[in-house]
Design a protein around this ligand. Structure first.
Ligand code: NJP
Length: 251
């Protein structure tokens, strides 16, 4: 992929222990980025290390819902010029009438407050240096709500609004902000959403070819490696067999 050289640039990836985050770590390592990787499952991050070649890699425990954990993590990421706010989840598909407050809180705390917290911790140094790229992993769920997804969709619509607000706040600083919004990606996402019910999770991707984590990681790598005057603000990618959050062609 042609683009700006990122050799030796420090990049933070949150939620790098699985799925899109792990694939993004691999993709950024291929571009020569040094990496600060965070997630709650540190053993999974360690297992990723041998796949990252000879770039520098810092592996740290991170729970984006904890202010203390975020602060300790950010202290090891002071050189970061790229922040990929990827950590996120959906919990359940209950309609609002039957919704569980703990599920709502977990999604809001992780997908919105966590993303804001890490951004606030790492952004001031980027502003000082007048250089940096923040990539938020949003979702097509932020563009179009679906039944059973009220709160997850609201969090991803919020990610879209935060991205736009940051673009305005950072205008003139040279810092870029992007929202990468995928449709269905086969990762552990549905396993988490259905609290470990593997059969239910498998059915989500049945009868069509979903995106892979690598497809999304390549989009993220493309966004961060554009020349400094190019800000891809929003990048929407669907599987060919999906035309909206609810329209799938299954065979
Ligand atoms: O899911 P999964 P994806 N603190 O479950 C981490 C969005 N998205 O890769 O802490 C820190 O394989 C978790 O790590 P761990 C989605 O909303 C997906 O698909 O060890 N990290 C793991 O590494 C999300 O924003 C689809 O459990 C936390 C990672 O997040 C992003 O893509 C479609 C954490 C989740 O890996 C990555 O999800 C779409 C915490 N508190 C958007 N909580 C899709 N898959 O279809 C979780 O449009 N993590």
């Amino acid at each position: 992929m042609s683009g700006m050289s990122l050799q030796g640039t420090w990049a933070v990836v949150t939620g790098a222990s699985a799925g899109i985050g792990a694939a993004t770590a691999r993709a950024l390592a291929r571009l020569g980025c040094n990496l600060v990787l965070g997630a709650r499952r540190v053993d999974r991050l360690e297992a990723l290390r041998p796949e990252l070649g000879d770039v520098e890699v810092r592996i740290l425990s991170l729970d984006v819902t904890s202010p203390e954990s975020c602060e300790a993590f950010a202290a090891h990421a002071t050189e970061a010029e790229i922040l990929v706010n990827n950590a996120g989840l959906a919990r359940g598909v209950d309609p609002v009438a039957q919704g569980r407050e703990e599920d709502w809180r977990e999604m809001i705390e992780t997908n919105l407050v966590g993303l804001l917290r890490l951004t606030r911790l790492l952004l001031p140094r980027m502003i000082e240096r007048r250089r940096g790229t923040i990539v938020n992993v949003g979702s097509v769920a932020g563009l179009e709500a679906y039944p059973g997804g009220a709160v997850y969709c609201a969090t991803k619509a919020g990610v879209r609004s935060i991205t736009k607000a940051l673009r305005h706040e950072l205008l003139g600083t040279g810092i870029r902000v992007a929202n990468v919004e995928p449709g269905a990606v086969e990762t552990e996402f549905s396993l988490v959403r259905f609290s470990g019910d593997a059969e239910r999770a498998r059915k989500v991707y049945e009868g069509f070819t979903p995106l892979t984590a690598e497809d999304v990681a390549e989009a993220i790598a493309f966004v961060v490696s554009r020349p400094p005057h190019v800000n891809i603000e929003e990048l929407v990618l669907y599987p060919t067999a999906q035309a909206s959050t609810m329209a799938f062609h299954r065979q």
